[in-house]
Ligand binder design. Structure first.
Ligand code: ADP
Length: 594
């Protein structure tokens, strides 16, 4: 119960700038409903006055007064309805916007462990379609529930005042119609989900065949694929026929129940009329209220069954919010803590790590990188190189008792993420570029950077010449709407971006792998001249990238197998030497081929 209360309170947060619009919408819907409920009363009065026993001859001769009043009521009701819809849509959009903003900023701050566990498509769906379902429920369906409740109260009040016996009869049918519609809508929703899934399966087959058309033809699998499609198609058709028949049954039986109610009211109303306990005008007004109630009450069944859909969506969205954010800090703290770091020496002491409950990835890793030096980590794929970088910038958290990592003598857990990540620039093997211009991509690291700064960074990353070569230069669009950069160009744009960050620690995580050896060496030389004070960490499987480092470690299956300078490691004739001999002779061979 407490948990439920918390969730409702949480939902209330999104109403911040939507509440007043929602309240106006509810009030306007009440006014419109109230005005509509007055119309049958005008009819009653008109009929009884013109045809009934107490005739007003003035009114008989001035029927236009009645017509005018009806038009006036309809006009006011129309205006109220407009105010209602307008404010409801404003409330809805504000509500959904607040929710999306909160979710987006929260997802940005969720730790990598959380992202590893959740699929991207699923996260997107929770932040878009699920929010939409909740929005629709809150502003359309909830509003309709309020309106229907008001309509029932007001109509029933008027009916009660006219004839109690007939009113009780109407009341008897209300729960029957609501229960009947709720049950049916639930069944229909279940069948609809199954049919929807079948549609998904069917389109997957079509998509696979369209994209893999070469494989299908090359392996002569046309017949097999055709049969597979026919199978799914038949299942799909059957499910939709079942859904159609159920929905037909719902409408048929529903119409029968409401028809029965209307007939009962008419028959009993007529009897009451003959007995003289209800006037003609009252009877017609009564029948009008009864008809006006039928549709909203039938709709209520649909809303009640949809409530469970909104409940599921709410749970799915709340799941994201339950994820704990990484500990970012306030902007004011950043400057204060920055000052407290005396230097940027990096020390790994006895670090061991595993992802989740997976196998041990790092075991007893010990090393020190003094500020301003260059450090190399050599190792094969899966040896744990990237994990070291990810632990250093706390993309993954080192559990307690598994060693320690310090920066400037302070354990990294005590340094707020904002500061830590500002101090560490990192380029990955497969860097991510936004679908924007090259200039915007480089500037992503520093909004204040001038065009001159951008170009200088691109020159050091040896990508300026390639960019100048494009027709639009730095304004060239990257990604789906623009050009596709080669792997090496992407890596170099990402290096330029990192350089703009002006971080004292630079990590190259296999980020020169797609660049040729010559450019690789040019970038490294330019870097060292440009950033004399920077601590540089080269992570690579390529000896050439890190042989100039002041200190090198060789990782093998998460252990440090060797350490030393290039010369020391060569003299030791171990793994490093072997890798060097193989890679260098390959490079020599390449030179000959060229
Ligand atoms: P390298 O950079 O040397 O190629 P990594 O540090 O990326 O190696 O990976 C080391 C090991 O950890 C590999 O076996 C890899 O499969 C595993 N690993 C890497 N990232 C994750 C992750 N997010 N979740 C689970 N296992 C991972």
């Amino acid at each position: 119960m407490k948990e439920k209360h918390k969730k409702i309170k949480w939902m209330g947060r999104f109403f911040q700038n939507a509440r007043k619009y929602f309240i106006i919408a509810v009030l306007a819907s009440f006014i419109s409903t109230g005005l509509n409920a007055l119309t049958p009363q005008v009819f009653r009065f008109a009929i009884d006055s013109v045809l009934g026993s107490q005739k007003y001859s003035y009114l008989s001769n001035h029927l236009w007064l009645i017509a005018g009043l009806l038009v006036f009521l309809a006009l006011l009701s129309g205006i109220s309805l407009f105010v209602c819809k307008f404010n409801a849509s404003k409330a809805g959009e504000n509500f959904a916007k607040n929710m999306r903003d909160t979710l987006f900023s929260h997802v940005q701050k969720l730790p990598m462990e959380w992202h590893d566990k959740n699929q991207t498509g699923d996260i997107i769906q929770r932040c878009t379609s699920d929010v939409e379902v909740i929005r629709n429920f809150v502003v359309t369906q909830l509003l309709e529930v309020f309106r229907t409740a008001f309509l029932v109260i007001i109509s029933f009040g008027m009916m009660w005042a006219m004839n109690r016996k007939l009113s009780l009869l109407v009341l008897f049918f209300v729960p029957i119609v609501i229960i009947y519609s709720t049950i049916f809508y639930r069944l229909i929703a279940q069948r609809f989900t199954v049919a929807d899934e079948a549609e998904g399966e069917l389109s997957t087959v079509v998509q696979e065949n369209a994209t893999g058309v070469r494989v299908v033809r090359a392996f002569g699998r046309e017949q097999f694929e055709m049969e597979r499609f026919q199978d799914k198609n038949e299942k799909f058709a059957k499910l939709w026929i079942r859904l159609g028949s159920l929905s037909g049954l719902y409408w048929g039986v529903g119409d029968f129940i409401t028809g029965l109610q209307v007939i009962t009211i008419i028959v009993l109303g007529t009897i009451e009329g003959v007995k003289g306990s209800i006037s003609v005008g009252e009877f017609i007004a009564f029948a009008s209220y009864n008809t006006a109630l039928v549709w909203p009450i039938r709709g209520l069944g649909r809303i009640l069954s949809d409530m469970s859909k909104a409940g599921v969506s709410f749970e799915r969205v709340h799941y994201i919010i339950r994820g704990e954010e990484e500990d970012y800090c306030q902007k004011e703290d950043v400057k204060k803590i920055e000052k407290e770091l005396p230097h940027y020496d990096i020390v790994f002491s006895n670090v061991s790590f595993q992802y989740g409950t997976g196998k041990q990835v790092l075991s007893n890793i010990d090393f020190t990188i003094p500020q301003g030096t260059t450090f190399g980590i050599l190792g094969g794929t899966g040896s744990g190189k990237s994990t070291i970088a990810q632990l250093l910038n706390r993309l993954y958290q080192l559990p307690e008792g598994k060693g320690s990592i310090t920066l400037g003598g302070t354990p990294i857990e005590e340094i707020p993420l904002e500061v830590l990540r500002k101090k560490i620039g990192i380029v990955l093997q497969e860097p991510f570029l936004y679908s924007r211009t090259i200039k915007e991509n480089i500037r992503a690291a520093s909004k204040e950077a001038s065009m001159e700064d951008i170009q200088k960074a691109a020159q050091i990353a040896c990508v300026d010449a390639s960019i100048q070569h494009f027709t639009d230069g730095y304004e060239t669009m990257v990604g789906e709407r623009g050009i596709t950069l080669s792997g090496g160009q992407k890596q170099r744009v990402a290096i330029a971006r990192m350089l703009l960050q002006k971080a004292p620690i630079l990590i190259f995580d296999d980020s020169l792998s797609a660049v040729d050896s010559q450019t690789d060496s040019l970038i490294r030389k330019a870097l060292k001249q440009y950033e004399k004070e920077a601590t540089i960490l080269f992570i690579s499987h390529r000896v050439a990238t890190l042989m100039g480092a002041d200190q090198i470690i060789v990782l093998s299956h998460g252990h440090i197998a060797e350490r030393g300078t290039h010369e020391e490691l060569m003299a030791a004739s171990g793994i490093y030497r072997q890798v060097y001999d193989i890679q260098m002779s390959q490079d020599d061979r390449k030179k000959v081929e060229i």
